[in-house]
Design a protein around this ligand. Structure first.
Ligand SMILES: [Zn+2]
Length: 291
């Protein structure tokens, strides 16, 4: 079983690396890129940390990097307190979003949606058929909030941020903030970098723009497997939890039928059986949701 898992991971890695950049599958590839970029980040943090004293933005330390046992390299990887669980969905909105938000609300669960403006759909121009009729995606974004969920940023075009310039990062974040504001009247203060890709420069820019940066500690790899038996494996870390274990942040993607109709219902039952309280990202971290 273990060998089979390792083999499937290697296969997945080879497949992912062989794919051309910017394919849809590659864009959804959060976890593999996270592993690679995270290694790069560790070394770049050291080499660039003293190079910010000149240039256009001398006042670099605009927001302090968070610290704590739920933070790695200035990025939140889990909640800041025990007993809570943050269910998060990336890459939407898409055709399932309206009804997913509604279904979670009916179950008394508040989740967090890390959304793009132009990824699987163009939020500003596209529409979708839902159980409540045709809706624009701008209405879908507003609906997340109306259903008690939190809206967070995942950049405008699902851009991997490592290596981008300050101007490019500002464009991605500000364009997305403007769309969310136009749709729902709020500007997000929490973001998740696509593919978990960031470097010291992008973290600096994101902090300057007022964002708390979040990844995850439960990676279902749903975008890759579309298979519940494999997705369940990521949740096994919870079997070792004690009453003092800090709460979890689970990564899933709302753009797949299997995630919405297979993984999410199973995960909700599982997390409830562990007696965790579902919380939004801001409550999980103890930071502001909106700017
Ligand atoms: Zn993503």
């Amino acid at each position: 079983m273990r060998l089979a898992l390792i083999a499937s991971f290697i296969m997945a890695s080879v497949t992912a690396m062989a794919m051309p950049l910017n394919t849809r599958q590659d864009l959804a590839n959060e976890s593999l890129a996270f592993k690679y970029n995270h290694i790069a980040e560790r070394s770049s943090t050291i080499s660039t940390s003293t190079s910010n004293t000149s240039g256009k933005h001398p006042a670099v330390a605009t927001a302090r990097a968070p610290t704590g046992n739920n933070v790695r390299d200035g990025v939140y990887v889990s909640c800041s307190k025990p007993g809570v669980f943050a269910l998060t969905f990336d890459d939407g909105p898409y055709q399932y979003s309206w009804d997913l938000a509604k279904s979670l609300n009916k179950q008394g669960i508040s989740a967090t949606f890390f959304i793009n403006g132009k990824n699987w759909v163009n939020v500003e121009t596209d529409s979708v058929t839902t159980s409540e009729g045709k809706k624009t995606y701008m209405e879908v974004v507003k609906h997340y909030k109306a259903m008690g969920h939190e809206i967070a940023s995942h950049t405008y075009e699902h851009k991997e941020l490592a290596g981008l310039s300050e101007a490019e990062i500002e464009y991605q974040m500000n364009t997305q903030s403007n769309i969310i504001y136009k749709a729902a009247g709020v500007r997000p203060a929490i973001m998740r970098p696509p593919a978990g890709s960031y470097d010291s420069n992008s973290l600096k820019v994101l902090r300057k723009l007022g964002y708390s940066v979040v990844t995850w500690d439960i990676d279902t790899q749903d975008w890759l497997t579309h298979d519940l038996s494999q997705e369940k494996v990521a949740y096994q870390i919870m079997d070792k939890d004690t009453s003092s274990t800090i709460g979890h942040i689970a990564l899933e993607h709302e753009v797949y039928d299997q995630t919405v109709n297979g993984l999410a219902p199973w995960a909700i039952k599982y997390v409830k059986s562990k007696k965790y309280k579902f919380v939004t990202m801001s409550e999980c971290l103890g930071v502001a949701a909106y700017q």
